[in-house]
Ligand binder design. Structure first.
Ligand SMILES: [Zn+2]
Length: 94
């Protein structure tokens, strides 16, 4: 496998580090992930931390709501509305 400096730069970021001798060297590190996003509309989720540097407790990875941490509140509301309307439509006789 090639060294990190020779690899394609897709998942790697360059960090310029000043050494004690005064030289500036390039360190190659993994890119940090972006914000967690809603699985339906792609909106950035609030109240959710990313655990790229250290593992976090589950309470900080999600919101205490149905599908919290995966789906935003607007998409969840529309999902609930659609399911309730479908249930009503099935119950009402024609
Ligand atoms: Zn959404």
């Amino acid at each position: 496998m090639p060294t990190r400096s020779q690899r394609v730069r897709k998942g790697i970021r360059r960090v310029f580090v000043r050494t004690p001798g005064g030289r500036t060297v390039v360190h190659y590190e993994d890119k940090r992930p972006g914000f967690r996003r809603c699985g339906i509309c792609g909106e950035v989720l609030h109240g959710v931390r990313r655990d790229d540097e250290r593992p976090l407790p589950s309470s900080q990875k999600r919101v205490s709501r149905l599908h919290g941490g995966n789906v935003c509140h607007r998409c969840l509301e529309s999902m609930i509305r659609e399911s309730v309307l479908a249930e009503w439509a099935a119950q009402t006789p024609k």
